[in-house]
Design a protein around this ligand. Structure first.
Ligand code: KG4
Ligand code: ZN
Length: 376
């Protein structure tokens, strides 16, 4: 689809503990991130060792308008516009996450988006948070490359792995917009497993980056791991995952080695082995799916995809096992929750609508409801 005028989209995301707003420009199949503002609540939740929903909602309420204002500021600075030109005038579409996530958090972003859609008379599009993580694969960071192109039909069939704090999901995408779930976690998500094991080891929150930091230090020393953690469900006949057993195995290991819990080398070993166990299962199942469905592309996304070791090993494995497969993973800052991915998913969804459906988006503020248990 060729647009003469660029489409300007405002994305809003508050499904968990990041208050985020972004502005994206779309023209002739290309995206450009104009602004990407994320206000993280990590410092607040660190005190509790995890997210407290009510505390998260209160912080979203305080942050949402300043974050949106900051994201729009870049539009104000455009040289070709008079300084008084209100930035909201340039917005063509608002995209907002309506699920899955914490309902009290979702409501803040959603109700704000509905209000500004009504006041500014702008179309509003509802976005699934998982769809947004997947759409991050079409984006490049600000500064990295000014433009990123939406995928062409040659990218499909594709296999997508979304790994976040709430989800671990393998999907088959036969063509653009046709997503079919083929596997998921039966208990904890991969990110949740990182977070719970980090808590068990009294490391900080969120657990993924902490475990990876300790694991990295271990790798730089001679490898002397003398215990092995399980790789749950690695040999199961399906594409499902399970991570709660891994957490239990670490719990028993820690109980058995109470005297070593203050020993930094022991902690580093546990972290390296935890990280590797998670990586092994994720890569094994994704490779199996890519082979079965003759995938031309593998998409990796979600907060856990920010893990450097996972990115490296995915790349090496896919290169060694497939001769002609494209591996896409978003820049690290677009793997964890952000609103640029919501805006990107908004554009993709908007492009798939008929002109009649597009007109109806102006009344969406009356219709959209938060859905904390939404599926992809
Ligand atoms: O996608 P995300 O920001 O929020 C959800 O949608 O859940 O993912 C957050 C999860 C957390 O569990 C966090 O520990 C994990 O992503 N994570 C990581 C890393 N950075 C964030 N896990 C492993 N390694 C990382 N570097
Ligand atoms: Zn997320």
């Amino acid at each position: 689809m060729k647009n003469k005028q660029p489409l300007i989209i405002l994305g809003i995301e508050t499904s968990c503990d990041e208050t985020a707003a972004a502005v994206l420009e779309y023209k002739n199949n290309y995206f450009r991130i104009i602004s990407n503002v994320v206000s993280s609540q990590i410092k607040i939740h660190r005190r509790y060792g995890g997210i407290v929903p009510e505390v998260a909602a209160r912080a979203h309420i305080e942050n949402i308008l300043p974050v949106i204002k900051k994201a729009l500021k870049t539009l104000e600075n455009k040289k070709n516009r008079p300084p008084t030109y209100p930035p909201m005038r340039r917005i063509d579409l608002i995209a907002v996450t309506y699920g899955p996530g914490l309902v009290t958090s979702l409501l803040v972003g959603l109700e704000t988006a509905k209000t500004i859609s009504y006041l500014w008379q702008k179309p509003l599009i509802d976005i699934n948070h998982l769809e947004a993580h997947l759409a991050a694969n079409w984006l490049l960071s600000i500064g990295e490359n000014p433009k990123s192109q939406i995928p062409n039909p040659k990218s499909f069939p594709a296999v997508s792995l979304i790994v976040s704090g709430g989800h671990t999901e393998l999907g088959l995408i036969k063509k653009m917009g046709r997503y079919k779930k083929i596997g998921q976690t039966r208990d904890d998500a991969a990110g949740e497993c990182f977070d719970k094991i980090a808590k068990l080891l009294s490391l900080g929150y969120p657990g993924g980056p902490e475990i990876s930091r300790y694991a990295e230090k271990f790798h730089s020393k001679p490898k002397t791991i003398n215990f092995k953690l399980p790789r749950p469900m690695i040999n199961s006949d399906d594409f499902d995952f399970s991570f709660s057993g891994l957490k239990t195995a670490v719990l028993y290991l820690v109980k058995k080695n109470k005297n070593k819990i203050k020993n930094e080398n022991f902690i580093k070993k546990v972290c390296a082995e935890t990280q590797q166990a998670i990586i092994d299962v994720l890569i094994y199942k994704t490779v199996k799916a890519a082979k079965k469905y003759r995938a031309k592309t593998v998409f990796l996304s979600g907060g856990v995809a920010a893990n450097q070791e996972l990115r490296n090993q995915f790349n090496l494995n896919l290169k060694s096992k497939f001769s002609n497969l494209n591996f896409l993973v978003p820049p690290k800052n677009l793997c964890t929750d952000n609103a640029a991915m919501v805006a990107a998913a908004g554009i993709l969804k908007y492009n798939s609508l008929t002109p009649r459906q597009k007109i109806k988006l102006k009344n969406n503020w009356q219709r959209i409801k938060a859905n904390p248990n939404l599926n992809l």
